[in-house]
Design a protein around this ligand. Structure first.
Ligand code: ADP
Ligand code: ASP
Ligand code: MG
Length: 440
């Protein structure tokens, strides 16, 4: 069986939903398992509603709810052609929005927020199921809340998922299309939760690994992973093949097409991931698998909102255990370190979660002089950069020659070389890397 995940823009309008449905229905390999995001813009609106409710601004929340409901009523009119399904879908939408309105009366906490945010995927999957059924397709909706669960560390519980999904699949045999929600799950306490923004990719990969599927397809609004960020760089091209490690580095370092955690489950299960364009299904897209093309630089990505922290210390303090003490401070505030460089007198690190920056800096001051640089970004070059391959460093540095560089990191893996630069230099750096590495 194959898993197909359709992102927000792929199901972003009735017209797009119809296109997805017809593609899924005409697929020659049934059954298929499809994972859907919320229609584009919906999760943002649900977060906006929650933000109003946190501030006890009921009028603000009601206005967003009303606008969203108006939009969905229109979608129902456009999507379904029979009175039977129009009536069913209108009733479903009415219940959903009454449910959203019920939160405007009560105490509002993150528990209520998670329930509100989950409705985007619940709505899109119900609408798609009705549409497939209206068109005579043997489809069934499986609630992700019945099998997708995170543990006490907020990590997906793959063991639970495998067990539960296998029971659910046995109870629902004989369908051509299985549908479920991306993004949403239950946490270790059984409450409704989610896998973080963009997490539907992660859902698809986890389900693919649990089934196990033959292939995991991520359908989006672009023809695969490009060799640089098309939002900032002119002339980028789709890459036809990536190794799992290369794809994981690119996703982690900002290639938005893939959620940072999406590659791991597929990689461990050895299931290829294919990135495809819903607007252009004939385009080849990108296959992510175990193959590694020797000595090839594949792509560039950038990760935003990075802060650099430097601790300069006297030589004495640089004795055994110094780095451990530094790392323990970051660990105690659950703040992961992205990049690290060391010298005899100091250590520089970068983080992307600044929630506890002040506390971390205060504690680090015990060990030396601390300097913080904000508004930075990591630019990362990915490919087969095994250290015995020669020449790639010169090429990459040549592309970066006009950019002030705060940190360089290479050697942590065979697949990337990263630079920490000012956010204001990001676009220039990405363009120059594309010009030198790919467009010459
Ligand atoms: P979806 O809603 O389908 O999950 P996303 O918006 O999360 O889609 O991801 C697709 C977008 O990722 C593309 O429209 C593109 O602008 C952006 N993107 C960023 N970097 C890359 C890259 N290297 N290759 C392809 N797309 C990228
Ligand atoms: N709907 C969620 C979001 O907008 C999850 C996803 O689309 O992957 O972040
Ligand atoms: Mg996405």
């Amino acid at each position: 069986m194959k898993v197909m995940k359709f992102g927000g823009t792929s199901v972003g309008s009735p017209e797009r939903m119809k296109a997805v449905a017809s593609m899924v229905a005409s697929d020659t390999e049934h059954p298929v398992f499809i994972v859907l995001s919320a229609m584009s813009g919906t999760t943002n609106s649900l977060i906006e509603i929650s933000n109003y409710l946190y501030k006890k601004n009921t009028d603000g929340a009601n206005e967003v709810i009303n606008n969203l409901e108006r939009k969905y009523k229109q979608h129902v009119e456009e999507l379904y052609s029979t009175d039977e399904y129009k009536t069913k879908a209108h009733e479903f939408i009415r219940n959903e929005f009454n449910y959203l309105r019920s939160f405007t009366k009560d105490l509002f906490t993150s528990f209520e927020e998670k329930n509100i945010i989950a409705q985007g995927e619940i709505i899109s999957t119900n609408m798609m199921t009705y549409y497939l059924l209206e068109n005579g397709i043997k489809a069934t909706l499986l609630s992700a809340l019945d099998f997708m669960r995170t543990d006490k560390n907020a990590e997906p519980d793959l063991h639970y998922l495998k067990e539960k999904l296998s029971v659910v699949m046995k109870e629902n045999q004989g369908y051509d299309v299985y549908i479920t929600q991306g993004f949403i799950c239950r946490n270790a306490y059984g409450e409704v939760d989610n896998l973080q923004r963009g997490g539907s990719d992660f859902t698809a990969s986890l389900i693919g690994a649990a089934l196990p599927a033959d292939e995991i397809q991520i359908w989006t609004d672009i023809d695969g992973m490009h060799n640089n960020d098309p939002r900032f760089v002119e002339k980028t091209d789709a890459i036809h093949q990536l190794n799992f490690e290369e794809a994981a580095e690119l996703a982690y370092f900002g290639a938005k097409i893939l959620h940072p955690t999406c590659v791991q489950p597929a990689k461990y299960a050895g299931i290829p991931v294919r990135l495809k364009n819903t607007m252009d299904p004939a385009a080849e897209g990108t296959i992510i698998d175990n193959v590694l093309i020797k000595g090839k630089i594949k792509a560039v990505a950038a990760k935003d909102k990075i802060t650099a922290i430097k601790i300069k210390s006297s030589r004495m303090l640089f004795a055994t255990g110094f780095l451990r003490k530094i790392f323990e401070i970051f660990e105690s505030y659950q703040t992961p370190i992205d990049m690290i460089t060391t010298s005899e007198v100091g250590v520089s690190m970068s983080i992307d979660n600044c929630a506890h920056l002040n506390e971390i800096v205060d504690e680090l001051k015990k060990y030396g002089t601390v300097t913080v640089d904000t508004d930075m970004c990591i630019v990362c070059v990915v490919g087969d950069l095994e250290w015995s391959n020669i020449g790639f460093e010169t090429l990459v540095l040549d592309a970066m020659k006009d950019i002030p560089i705060r940190m360089i990191s290479y050697g942590g893996s065979n697949y990337n070389i990263s630079f920490l630069i000012k956010a204001s230099d990001k676009k220039r750096a990405l363009q120059s890397l594309s010009d030198v590495l790919f467009n010459k």
